[in-house]
Every structure is written in C-alpha cells, then in structure tokens.
Design a protein around this ligand. Structure first.
Ligand SMILES: O=P(O)(O)OC[C@H]1O[C@H](O[C@H]2O[C@H](CO)[C@@H](O)[C@H](O)[C@H]2O)[C@H](O)[C@@H](O)[C@@H]1O
Length: 268
C-alpha cells in the first residue's frame, strides 16, 4: 500500500485559505516588497529581477478587474521601475515610503536648503567610509545614501556599520537610519513603508490588502494591516508583526500564482 502524502503544516493551510478569502474581496491591493521577497539577492543591485513565476502572476493580477499591483521598496523610484520592469502606469513606492509614483501622479520631494546641505555633507563623509575598503559601495538616493557591504568579508560588516553610523552622526542627529541586508541607510526624510501602504489603500480604495516583505523596514508595512481583512506575510527568519510566514522568494512565487488563479476565477 502506498503511504499517504504528508499533510502540509497547519500554517500553510491557514495561509492558503487566507489567500482564497482575499481573492473574493471587492477591491484587492497586492503590495509587494521587492528585494528578498520577489527577487533573490544579488551582488549588483541593478541586476536584481523578480522570479519569473512571480512576475507572471503579478502581470496577470494587474490585468484583472478591481485589482491593483504595487511595489513598495527601499529603492529609489527610478531603480525600482528598472528592476520591476513595471509599466508606466505602475503604482510605485520608493525610498521606504518617501517617494511616491502612481502612474502619472507623483509627489514632488521639494528638498529644503537644510536637507540639501545635509545630503551634500553626508555624501562626503560616507564616501570617505566607502573609499576606505575595497568592495564597499555607496548607493545615492534622492533623500539619502546606502552603504552596501555585501562584497566585503563578513568580519568587516560590523565595523563598517559602526564607522558609517559615527560619520553620519557627525553630520546630523536628525537622520532616519535603517539597517538592512548588507546595507546601512541614512535618510533626511522619515516616512516609512506603513505610510506607503496607507497611501496605496486610500488611492485604490482597496477592501483588502496583501503585503509581503523580508526585512526590518517591512515591519512598518505589516503594522498598518487590518486584522481579519488584510494579509501580511513575512519572508524568511526574524521577528515580525506579520500574521504569516513563508521560507523564501520561491514560496512567494507559488503564493502569487495561487492568488492570481483564485482572483481570476472570482472576478470572471
Ligand atoms: O525594500 P526592498 O525592495 O527590499 O529594498 C531594500 C534594498 O534593496 C537593495 O539592496 C538589497 O538588494 C541588493 C540586490 O539584491 C543587494 O545587493 C543588497 O545587499 C541588499 O541590501 C537596494 O540596493 C537598496 O536601495 C534597498 O534599500
């Protein structure tokens, strides 16, 4: 006699059932973090791309009635547009919630003179940190900088972070600082992904939101989700406010494919 197939864990069953419930909502917003959620990490940020299965599912979702797809990322908008290969009508939240572009509508950043001076000085001091060790890279963003240390030996990481923090603290004590995956970021603006998700909810009139993310900065997005209506999914390890957790980007691809199938049936 053949052994019965192992049952999926209870959490996987609960998530699959939450996805089916979501598919039935009147107006659905699918908001996705990019790096580490749709796209596996790579050494060169501009080379990152969503897994093909995720991209296909999101493209399908976007074409369905009363369904919106949005990307919510720490990347600057231009970089986000490139790596998502999203069309010009896409809903994009960049720079961790600071930059907003909804199709042709956008929010102008209008930096103050004080912010410009701080950015200039910050670029100088972080540039010195980055120049001190081969492999470090400075990512220039509209409202800040990211110091990437993915390409240096693991033992150097904590020292790079400490020196970058000290250099930035000498410039301003009002910066927003974010620790990410092999990156530390400094910003002169303090909006977060929770603000981004709420702007998207308002813009689309969504009756339910699904948001997935892998990093600490995604926790702000999980915190604004509404129990019983929305679905938050943490990708990978770490403490989280999300209701659900999956292992990696491949699990997200499977989930998005399931959601696209169920939503197509529900809106047919
Ligand atoms: O909010 P996200 O969409 O997850 O963006 C977070 C940061 O992603 C990028 O850096 C990360 O991905 C790179 C490509 O895989 C990787 O090389 C780097 O080590 C990661 O930290 C991006 O470059 C940053 O601007 C984003 O803030």
């Amino acid at each position: 006699m053949t052994a019965p197939a192992p049952l999926p864990p209870a959490s996987a069953v609960a998530l699959a059932s939450a996805v089916k419930r979501l598919a039935e909502t009147d107006r659905l917003l699918v908001a996705m973090d990019f790096d580490g959620t749709l796209a596996p990490f790579v050494d060169v940020p501009r080379g990152a791309r969503a897994l093909p299965e995720s991209k296909a599912a999101l493209d399908r979702l976007e074409r369905l009635p009363r369904t919106w797809v949005a990307y919510v990322s720490g990347r600057p908008l231009d970089s986000l547009q490139t790596v998502t290969e999203a069309d010009e009508d896409a809903l994009l939240i960049g720079s961790h919630g600071v930059e907003i572009r909804f199709g042709r509508d956008g929010v102008s950043l209008d930096l103050s003179d004080d912010e410009r001076r701080t950015l200039e000085r910050l670029g100088e001091v972080l540039g010195e940190v980055v120049d001190s060790l081969p492999g470090l890279k400075l990512e220039v963003k509209p409202v800040g900088f990211g110091v990437h240390y993915r390409l240096v030996a693991d033992e150097h990481g904590p020292d790079v972070v400490r020196r970058a923090r000290e250099a930035a603290a000498a410039v301003s004590d009002r910066l927003t600082i974010r620790d990410g995956k092999d990156i530390i970021e400094f910003s002169v603006r303090g909006a977060d992904k929770g603000d981004g998700v709420e702007r998207l909810r308002e813009y689309t009139g969504a009756t339910a939101v699904i948001f997935a993310g892998d990093d600490v900065t995604d926790e702000d997005g999980f915190r604004v989700l509404r129990a019983g209506e929305d679905v938050g999914i943490k990708v990978g390890r770490g403490e989280t406010a999300a209701q659900y957790r999956v292992a990696d980007e491949h699990a997200i691809a499977t989930l998005l494919t399931l959601l696209a199938e169920a939503r197509a049936a529900a809106t047919a």
